[in-house]
Ligand binder design. Structure first.
Ligand code: SF4
Length: 326
């Protein structure tokens, strides 16, 4: 492993000073330590933020839910407010990683995690994300698990987080703290598409610290759920996934929020599906018609063309489950 210095921040001010000098924040360490062992990442300084007071889940004055950046995935999934108000978030967390990892990994770390593209983690392969300008081994390599939406000629890697798909569907915000103070970034703008700079993955400024994610208030009742399709039933990343939240009143879909995972370079919101749903009466026919729009704009690669059809079926099935006709 590359040599590095280690500092445990006593408070937020100390963390920001060390982060401003180029230190990398670490808490659960479940992604970063792996990447350091594989020499994919070689930070010169680590700033341990695990002692900072960012471990609360609170209902906001506006009726939304704020989850501190250092809340563990398992804690968030089990929290009564998350389970009752946003089952979609609980399910996405419980279907992620393994029980051991969920007990260590934090919410902030989860949305900062890096791609599972095997070429990214293989330091002998070319990879624009790891080494800008070197090329993309996946473009003409074995790209069965790669993205069909939001890709560029520079990178076709999927974003691996299930939680991020749920937060995208629910219009969440990310709260960041820097030396100049706090700012809020809509989650839809937080994760960046690769374009020509796939090494830039999040809208985080140098030295900024994620302090919380916030899910805004939604009309009640909001029925929601997360479906993940993968090669094996446990400890595996999504081939496709669907995050669905529906507000149904008087027998009509009044609001629909649908996002997909495993298919995009970032979690992929499906506005055409949502438009077809709103104003419709819940039925198997409505779900099937709406799901037909799920893969709009897809650009499959040599080995992942199956994902377009799989995505439509995943969305349709989850609409049936959440909409109550399954
Ligand atoms: Fe690297 Fe992205 Fe290409 Fe994978 S898909 S090799 S992460 S540039």
């Amino acid at each position: 492993m590359h040599p590095f210095t280690y500092t445990k921040a006593a408070d937020t001010r100390e963390a920001l000073v060390a982060g401003g000098r180029g230190g990398r924040y670490i808490a659960g360490g479940t992604t970063l330590v792996d990447l350091m062992r594989e020499t994919v990442e070689r930070p010169g300084a680590l700033v341990d933020i695990s002692g900072l007071p960012l471990r609360e889940v609170t209902v906001t004055g506006r009726g939304g839910l704020r989850i501190g950046a250092l809340v563990r995935m398992a804690e968030a999934a089990a929290h009564p407010e998350v389970r009752s108000g946003y089952p979609l978030v609980s399910q996405a967390l419980e279907l992620s990683a393994s029980a051991q990892l969920r007990n260590m990994a934090t919410i902030g770390g989860n949305i900062m995690q890096r791609t599972r593209c095997t070429y990214f983690r293989d330091v002998t392969a070319v990879c624009n994300k790891r080494e800008p300008g070197s090329g993309c081994a996946a473009l003409h390599g074995f790209n069965r698990g790669h993205a069909i939406l939001g890709t560029s000629d520079s990178c076709v890697a999927t974003h691996p987080s299930d939680l991020a798909v749920a937060l995208t569907a629910l219009d969440a915000d990310v709260h960041l703290l820097g030396r100049e103070g706090e700012r809020t970034v809509p989650f839809a703008e937080f994760l960046l598409r690769p374009g020509s700079t796939p090494n830039r993955e999040q809208a985080v400024r140098p030295g900024e610290l994620i302090i919380a994610v916030e899910i805004p208030a939604h009309p009640r009742p909001l029925k929601s759920g997360y479906l993940k399709v993968r090669d094996r039933q446990s400890y595996e990343f999504a081939l496709t996934s669907a995050a669905v939240a529906l507000h149904i009143r008087g027998g009509v879909v009044r609001e629909a929020k649908v996002a997909a995972g495993g298919v995009g370079t970032v979690p992929w919101r499906l506005p055409a599906v949502e438009r077809r749903l709103i104003g419709g009466r819940p039925s198997d026919g409505l779900w099937a018609e709406a799901a037909e729009y799920a893969a709009d704009g897809a650009r499959p690669l040599a080995y992942n063309g199956f994902k377009a059809e799989l995505l439509k079926r995943t969305v349709e099935r989850q609409l049936r489950i959440v909409g109550g006709t399954a």
